[in-house]
Design a protein around this ligand. Structure first.
Ligand SMILES: Nc1ncnc2c1ncn2[C@@H]1O[C@H](COP(=O)(O)OP(=O)(O)OP(=O)(O)O)[C@@H](O)[C@H]1O
Ligand SMILES: [Mg+2]
Length: 370
């Protein structure tokens, strides 16, 4: 059992906050700047040759330097990193709030608006980090902190890469569970921002249902499911949200959102949380692609009503009025239908109203001799 010293570098340890796969996180005081920080100390790796220890330290400091350049309101800032008496450590902004893991475990599933709001903030952080060449690689509820007012901070940017180093350096060490890994991570393939897109999909699903998407009684079983089994997205979600999840969770990275930015666009779709879209509506998929869609895809009944209304208006105008009113109404109806087919709900409604007004005016003209 490893005993933490009283101080590490210029940091005085106050108490332990928690422990994870790679090390222990402490509440500590920066004695120079006299402020509290979160101090993460990597567990010593027994049995490492001095060369391997030096290589690990070098890699660790390099990752910390990269992560330290990230400054974003939704990312826990890395302040400092170093080595003291063989202990590798880094200090971070002390984040106040529950981890998303505790939130889900204590309060169960969230409503779609709250889950999507949290996912948007995570996607914003990812999009920023990816644009600076940093992939998180370990997005999971434990690495997301949520304040009482639902402000999100993503923790451990870049540091997750070290987990692989430690596993490789110390054979037999199992770090964490594969539950939140992407298929390509499990298969040891190249990893890019689309891995974070996949894992954000699993986290969003868990927020919505309170359940882990990939579960199993053993690590190989979970890993097999992630790579080969199409997940059952049980639960009731608005149709576009379901399409978004499907897209983020595609096994093949090429079928996912190409970037976190694209996923963010889909998360911002104003129709994402609408329940009244037909499940088979093709535009559902367009929305998940991040393509702006103007039409709300109202029910078929409304469409039939509109077409019937235009037809009645034209027929009424033909019977009761002269050619000018007929062309006005027919033109309006044509514009309305074209706009409706192209997806412009607002222009469709306006043109429809125009056609109806022309018909009413024509009828009034005939009947009242006006
Ligand atoms: N900057 C921080 N501020 C406050 N608490 C933190 C901070 N970073 C981590 N913690 C907390 O410390 C605990 C341990 O975190 P740690 O990152 O070591 O483990 P983990 O995220 O569970 O697993 P992993 O090692 O895979 O990241 C968690 O409860 C986490 O919420
Ligand atoms: Mg962590």
């Amino acid at each position: 059992m490893w005993e933490a010293p009283e101080t590490i570098g210029r940091y005085r340890i106050i108490r332990e906050i928690g422990a994870g796969g790679m090390g222990v996180v402490f509440l500590a005081e920066d004695q120079v700047l006299q402020r509290q920080v979160a101090l993460k100390v990597l567990r010593p790796q027994p049995g490492l040759t001095p060369e391997k220890q030096a290589a690990l330290a070098e890699r660790f400091l390099r990752e910390c330097r990269v992560a330290g350049r990230l400054t974003h309101p939704n990312i826990a800032k890395v302040y400092d990193a170093g080595e003291d008496n063989g202990c590798l450590f880094l200090t971070m902004e002390l984040v106040h709030g529950d981890s998303l893991r505790d939130r889900i475990d204590l309060l169960g599933p969230m409503g779609p608006p709250q889950a999507v709001d949290i996912a948007r903030q995570i996607a914003t952080a990812l999009s920023y980090a990816h644009s600076r060449g940093v992939v998180h690689r370990d997005i999971k509820p434990d690495n997301i902190s949520v304040s009482p007012t639902d402000r999100v901070k993503v923790m451990d940017f870049g540091v997750a890469r070290l987990a692989t180093d430690i596993t490789v350096s110390s054979p037999g060490t199992v770090i964490g569970s594969p539950s939140y890994m992407s298929p390509e991570q499990i298969q040891g393939g190249d990893v890019d921002g689309r891995t974070d897109v996949f894992t954000l999909g699993t986290v969003l699903y868990e927020m919505l249902t309170g359940r882990r998407l990939f579960q199993g009684s053993s690590v190989p079983e979970v890993a097999y499911k992630i790579v080969h089994t199409e997940p059952d997205l049980g639960g009731s979600f608005p149709p576009r949200l379901r399409a978004l999840l499907r897209r983020a969770l595609a096994k093949d990275p090429r079928e996912r959102f190409a970037t976190a930015e694209q996923m963010l666009t889909a998360l911002r779709d104003p129709l994402l949380l609408r329940w009244d879209l037909a499940a088979g509506d093709r535009r559902e998929d367009d929305s998940a692609l991040g393509v702006p869609v103007a039409a709300p895809g109202r029910s078929r009944v409304l469409m039939i009503g509109l077409v019937g209304g235009y037809a009645a208006a034209i027929a009424g105008t033909l019977i009761f009025a002269g050619p000018a009113a007929v062309s006005l109404a027919a033109g309006g109806a044509a514009v309305a239908l074209t706009a409706r087919l192209a997806g412009g709900a607002r222009s469709s409604a306006l043109a429809g109203w125009g056609a109806l007004c022309a018909a009413v005016l024509a009828a009034a003209h005939t009947w009242l001799d006006w």
